[in-house]
Design a protein around this ligand. Structure first.
Ligand SMILES: NC(=O)c1ccc[n+]([C@@H]2O[C@H](COP(=O)([O-])OP(=O)(O)OC[C@H]3O[C@@H](n4cnc5c(N)ncnc54)[C@H](O)[C@@H]3O)[C@@H](O)[C@H]2O)c1
Length: 339
């Protein structure tokens, strides 16, 4: 029998509301409370508002005496480490929205605390659950494509003044961290998940049309080698006019070539592999809709389901803290290479 898992969601913005909805829908999950520094009235909670206690800080939640096993950290990127550490310290498992933190030291502190307390850190990399991602992972792990020659990620999205509003945390170096952290960390995760660590990185970054909107680049070219062999390129921009253009991963290897594309890597656009017939894949869930722009796939229900199953001893973590740290370390190496 599945034991019910009590969740608290911290940060009730775009994605925190989604976490709350998914917890409410999930069998074996119970939503105990919300935490947000803003008042419930200003959070546009809609149906979520009914009957769920709201607290202004984690400390206030703890003082209430309510019991929970998991804190979902959905606050701005630069606050993830502080909020997750407080929860681990108090004995709660944490689900941390991407990115796990903004620097390697914070990642290590979180890993050490979790291991000291024998708690889990779940990092949110929901794109891994999309059918093209599940499929390509099996293809790469089965080695039917042979040795990797080239992997290229192209991520061309629009983020403009509709997104970088004056009071938003987006665009601030300390709270956002940069485009690779906030917009494209899912794709960096996918690349590492499939092909492993990178080395010998060269990078160039530019801010074309976000001066005054962000404290960092909007575009970059990053060139590197994979530790296990093969070369890689990551080309990205949020300077695309008006709307997202596409995100794609192209893989050229000894025995074949694959291109996964669409707006957020949701379609297999090309597959030609020696002695291999591509299966028909299920449809990918639509991207998160934020009005003027679209984000990554709506697979958060699978993240919450994974938490419930892991804590009931029935499944491995969908993405681990070590993998979350790797994404943070890799992005920071890329930024360092462009300095
Ligand atoms: N997995 C994904 O596809 C995905 C998509 C969007 C956002 N995210 C991540 O989710 C996180 C939140 O993003 P968002 O778009 O929902 O942002 P948001 O600005 O819409 O929401 C953030 C919320 O955190 C609250 N908050 C800020 N500081 C706080 C504090 N000290 N204590 C309590 N609450 C506080 C804010 O009041 C706000 O309600 C970010 O880390 C972002 O990178 C992930």
């Amino acid at each position: 029998m599945t034991a019910e898992i009590n969740f608290v969601v911290m940060g009730l913005g775009h994605i925190g509301k989604r976490h709350a909805e998914m917890v409410l829908r999930q069998n074996g999950a119970h939503l105990v409370a919300f935490i947000d520094c803003l008042s419930p009235d200003s959070l546009n909670l809609g149906d979520l508002a009914s009957g769920i206690p709201h607290f202004y800080s984690f400390e206030e939640f703890l003082a209430s005496g309510l019991q929970a096993q998991v804190l979902n950290v959905c606050t701005p990127n630069g606050l993830h480490a502080k909020h997750a550490l407080a929860a681990l310290h108090a004995g709660l498992h944490v689900v941390i929205e991407k990115p796990m933190a903004l620097n390697d030291t914070d990642c290590e502190i979180l890993m050490t605390k979790a291991s000291e307390k024998n708690l889990h850190i779940f990092t949110v990399m929901q794109n891994r659950y999309s059918p093209p991602a599940v499929w390509i992972k099996e293809v790469i792990d089965s080695k039917i494509m042979g040795d990797l020659f080239l992997m290229q990620l192209d991520c061309y999205w629009n983020r403009d003044e509709r997104y970088y509003t004056p009071n938003a945390w987006h665009g601030k170096k300390d709270l956002d961290g940069g485009t690779l952290f906030t917009q494209f960390s899912h794709f960096i995760d996918m690349m590492i998940w499939l092909f492993g660590d990178i080395k010998n990185i060269d990078a160039v970054f530019k801010n074309f049309n976000h001066a005054g909107l962000t404290e960092f680049e909007d575009s970059g070219f990053i060139r590197f080698e994979f530790e296990k062999g093969g070369m890689g390129l990551v080309n990205f921009s949020t300077a695309v006019f008006e709307q997202n253009l596409s995100s794609s991963m192209t893989i050229l290897s000894e025995n074949g070539s694959v291109k996964i594309g669409g707006q957020y890597m949701n379609k297999v656009e090309h597959c030609r592999i020696k002695n291999y017939q591509m299966p028909t894949l299920a449809e990918t869930a639509a991207g998160n809709n934020y009005g003027a722009y679209t984000g990554s796939a709506q697979n958060h229900h699978l993240v919450i389901e994974n938490v419930v199953r892991v804590l009931n001893g029935g499944e491995n973590l969908g993405s681990t803290a070590a993998e979350g740290c790797k994404v943070v370390a890799t992005i920071n190496k890329m930024y360092d290479a462009g300095k």
